[in-house]
Every structure is written in C-alpha cells, then in structure tokens.
Design a protein around this ligand. Sequence first.
Ligand code: FEO
Ligand code: CA
Ligand code: CA
Length: 695
Amino acid sequence: MSKSTSDSAVRNISANEPFSAILEKSLSRRTLARGSLGAALAAMTGAALSACGGGDGDSPAAQPGTGGGGGTGGGTPEAPKLALGFQSLPTSMTDACVVPAGYVAQVLGAWGTPFDDIAQPWSRDGNNTSNDLLHSTGMHHDGMHYFPLQGSSTEGLLAVNHEYIDETALHPAGPTQVNGKRPAEEVRKEINAHGVSILHIRLQSGRWSIVKNSRYNRRFTAATPMALAGPVGGTASVRTPFSPNGRQTRGTNNNCGNGFTPWGTYITAEENWAACFVNTGTQTRDQKRVGIQAAKGRYLWETAAGDTSEQIGEFARFNITATGADATQDWRNEANGFGYLVEIDPYDPSSIATKRTAMGRFAHEGSAYAPPVAGKPLSFYSGDDSRFEYLYKFVSTAVWDPKDADRTDRLAVGAKYLDQGTLYVARFDASGKGEWLALAEGTKNAAGRTLKEEFGSIDQILLNTRGAADFVGATPMDRPEWTAAHPTSGEVYVTLTNNTSRNASRGTNPANPRLNNVNGHIVRWRDQADSNVFQWEIFVFGSDAGADADTNRSGLTALNQLASPDGLSFDGRGILWVQTDNGIDGGRNNAVAKSTNDQMLAVIPPSMPATPGSGPVINNGNQGDLRRFFVGPNEAEITGFAFTPDYKTIFLNVQHPVNWPAYDSEDATAAPSGKVRPRSSTVVIQRKDGGAIGV
Ligand code: FEO
Ligand code: CA
Ligand code: CA
C-alpha cells in the first residue's frame, strides 16, 4: 500500500505496553555472531526439494506450499543441501525491474488486462469502463497464490489481490465531481478495480499468458455479493437493507496480503477498508477503534448516492450514519460486513466468496498456517497492520483430518475449520517467551472482568477485536504485516514494517525495541505443543548500511540493506522471501529509500535454537546469507509471492510504479522510452536455463 491508503493514525489508546519499564533489557545491542546460516543449515537436508506431489485432479495435494508439508520426508539421503545459487544484486533506482544474471522477468496481467472477449483492450488514455473492469485484472496487485491444475507447473489458476486504486491513473484525467458528487460510473469503475482476480494461466514456449475466456477466469470486486459465516454472520449487527438476515454483504475491499489453506482455497485479507466508510453521527467504540471516517469516505463513494441508476443503495451504503428507524432503514451495519479474512474456492467458478468472521475483524494483512498435524487443531496467523496493533492466531475447534485436503467441497471444509475456533492475540514477554491470550467470552482482564461482561457475546467480541485485544493486555507492535510459516519446522515469522510513532512517551517493548522505528524488523516464534506459550526471537533489523550500530543491529551491507519489510513468504523448500514497501512513492524519505527502490530478498533461515539468542539471527557473521534477488521500478512496492510446484517459475507483484511497464514490451526489465500511464502488474521470473529459482 502507499501512504495514501495507509492508516497513520494511532488508534490504540490502551495503556498496553507492558514492558516499557524494562526497555532494552532482553535485547542486547551487541550483534552476536552465531556462525553463518550456511553452517546452521548443515543440519538440514534438502527437505522438500521434491515436495511437489504428483497428484491428479484439481487437488491441493498437488500443490506445494508453506505449511502444506507435514513432515520432512520429501528429501532423499542424496538430495543436495539447499543453498542460494545467485549473487546478491546491487541497489537500483530506475523505471525497470532488475533480476540476477541468468534470469528473465515477464510482465503478466497488468491492471486492465482483459481475460475474456467482453472487455475492451486496456486503453492508454484511461477510457475503459466499469464493465471492462469486471472482465479484466484490477489495480494495485498485492497478495497472490498459484493453484495448479492437475498438479501442473505449466498451467494453473493465479489468484491475485487488488489492494487499492490510483484514481489519477484509473480515469482519463483523474477523479471528478459534479456539485460535490462523484459520477456513478467513476465510482463503479473504482469499486470494480478493487478485489481479487482469478486468472487461468499457462506456460507455452517459455512465456506465461492468460487463457482468455476460460471458465475459471473471474473477478471479485468491492460490490460482489459474499457470504458472512462464523459467529458474526446472521446476527443483528450485520443486517442491512441488502441482507435483512445478515447472511450476506457486498464486496471485499482493500485486499492486501493473502493466505491459502491445506484444502486448496485462497484467503484474501481486508486491510484498510475502514476509511471507505463514513459515520457523521455518533460513532460506536469499535468504529472509532478501526478507523471509520467522521467527515467523508476515502474516495467519496457515498456522494454518488441518489444517482438514478443506483441499485439497492450501492453508493449510499458507504455512509453508515444512522438516519432511519432501524437497521433495515439505513446502512448503519454495512461496515460490520468488512474487516475479515475471505475464503475463495478458485477451482469452482460458481462458488461464493465467504467471510470467515471467527478469524477476527481488523486490518488483516494476510494469513499463514502452521504445518497441519493429523488429529490436532489448525493454526492460522494474521497481523493487524496499523501502528501499535497486534498479532493474532486463530485455532480451529475441529482437528485436522488429512483426507480433507482432497475433498472437492472446499468451502464446506473451510466451514469445518474456519467457522468455529478460538482467536488469540500475542503478548511478547521479556524472557524470549510469549503467550497467546484467548479472545473468548470467559477471558478476564487484569481486573478480573471477563470479555463477555465488557463486550457481550463472542460475535460482539469479534466485531471489536482490537478492543478485546486491548482489554486482555496484548503487546502493541510496530505494524504487523505478513506472516509466513516454515513448511516443516513450525517456526512462524512476522514482518513489523515500521512505526515512526513509537516515541519515548509510548516506549518500547522487547519485541519492538527501537524508538522511531523507521526501518522495521522481522520477529519469529515457535509455539509450544499443546500450550498457549511460544518462544520468540528477532530475526533481522532493517537498516541502511551506513547507519550506526544501534540502528543497524543486523549489520546489513550495501548488498542487503532493507527497510519496511512487508511481504513475507516461504516457498516449499524452506527459502524465505522478504519483500519491502518502503514508502518510496511518498518521497525518498529515509536512508534506504535514498539508496534503492523496493526489493525482494531471499534467505534460508537456520532453525530456532532451543533457547533463543539475545541478538538478531541475521548479524555481522552471516551477511552473505541474506541476498537481494529482485529490485523493482521507481516508486513501486514489491508484494505478493507465488511459485509453481517445480519451483521453475515464481510470481511477484509490482504495485504502484510511477512509470512502468513499457508499452510495447513484456520484458519487465525494460524501461519505457518515455512517459507511460503506470500499471501495477504481476512479474513472472524464470531462469534462462529452465532451472529452479533461487538455488
Ligand atoms: Fe497493505 Fe499492510 O500493507
Ligand atoms: Ca502489505
Ligand atoms: Ca506496507
């Protein structure tokens, strides 16, 4: 996301900062040399190098993925040790992408690319219609996943999030108003540019392309009807004139990071949705806590209300001010249908997207699951990306049955695991230990008052997830973004992108130990079996290479300096891919931004020791193991990661470039010859020799 949609307000006014008094105690500023990562990896085999199952049918069993393994049995005794096989790239600041020698990068599915013959081709003048966008890729690509067809590494379904819009690029001459009202067609176009694309893609002669008119191709927008499942679905809090029984809502919005499931569905995360809604009356405490606007919505969609073409309040619903006698007479409950993880079955074009409310309501960044264990509950992790917000874990009530991975009624499987369970929030303690605090009705705060006494039943607790987390004393974090789970070890990582509001009066805590955290960091943890306790340590601190030792605690160099880590994904082999969103579109305002465009780096992390060390895992002794693999074009963020089962193709997204891609080339490394209308796009990376990526 760019600064234009990020919520920079501090909405957490709780006193939670339980360990500011013991500032810095747990974290030594010494960057302890712990030996190279390579040496630590000597203990690992090439596990999962052959992890791609050879399944047939449209089954997730045929897909590789983080957390999808469930054992280290994929390797053979002779399997080579996993090691990065490319040299770290230098920094770059151009209108082009950069990849290592021996690699190629292709533009695929840039904003406005038609996937059928209904849509008109993308117009360089911004003249496409709202209807064109229902049949084309949306704007501002973000989280993403590759779902193989029949286990194929050359044909599959690419699910892509479209996080937000650049109104200037979307319309011929930017957004307009007539007498203070947005034109209905402009608003529909903006709504349709949001959401998710499901794209049938195929590799032929070394080039990936969209299979036009495939039955799989479809768009979910900020207006597509969706189901509301879990404890909030069907309650009085979500009844609207559109859905009097509260079982449906329209649209998914500001879809940032993603997840996927062991049964082959996609999860899209609703992040900065709250600012699309306005309540000019008295706001409820959950509305204040999530950031509903008080004067006007972000895009003024509500101003198109009353247009003669309006259907069932399609514009009026963005104004949630209570004006009628009850919830059937106004849109007071409309925003309660947003802020969730949304499950999509990409393999079934007739399926309805389903919001899984049991997993909490906040600015969801994404979702990663720990490797499933037969007979045990499933765990899904999700960050709430805003300043001083929290890290969450959802644990299913149902225990994992491996046969469910092969079922074709995937959304029924989703209902089994994702509609009943317990949502937890993390408290990081100074000892390198932490605890997951249940957001359940009976959980008490420090004063002995239960969540039910404070908020009501579980649906009310979930609606105000942030307030409930405040109540139980969770640890405020430096903007938790993506989570990523190692494919086999059970270790989970979270990017904490930055927090320049962490000042002296707010204080630090062991997991967020730097004041004015411009550069961000990554924390990892391992849950203790059958317990709410976890063990954690800091993996890497972002910094520019020239910073002093107090800032550059990981000793980063010109070849891996990074700031604002955001996208984070493991591939099935155990390579961790780190992507950055350093706000370069807001001006090159920090030292890393002055040195390089946003980037993707790779590292093969060593296992967590039994007792976490006191310094970051990446340190002066192992700089060569964190390597820059990709640099994007000027002003763009790098986000979203997917790979084919054979690891010979990876996909990433370039979001909000300023002057890219070139008009007449699919080569992502080509700079335009002049000024172009910029387009976010997927970039496909392959090796010229056809080998596996990264090794
Ligand atoms: Fe959409 Fe938190 O990044
Ligand atoms: Ca992000
Ligand atoms: Ca971000």
